[in-house]
Design a protein. Sequence first.
Length: 132
Amino acid sequence: PLPRESYYLTQSILVVPTLFSSWMVLGGVCILLARRAGGVGLGRSVLACAGFAYALPLLVLFVLPDLVVYLAFGFPSLGKLVRITGVLLVLSEWALTARALVAAQRLRWSRAVPIAFVGLLAQAIIGGLVLR
């Protein structure tokens, strides 16, 4: 556990490397599983598409709403907001990651959806160990 007085400072320092690592885990797991499922695309294509699928919802559905609510209503309101934005974030990242696998690996949706789920679960475990 981090000391209370330096918690947010430490988290702000760790967020960028953790998100980068999480994206690499997401892409790596998806590449490995997609190839086992018959995917035929390039790994770098999956990483590029997964990066978009990971970053866009994070920005639009999490960072920007957090900033707006924080500035308008203060820190105590963020807990209520994340109950909504958290679910939307996960679902949109899942859908976009599956779409990325369909496009980059030429997988059927029936294979891309569970692979995307496992990739997102793996990155969530890694990221959750550092960012809380």
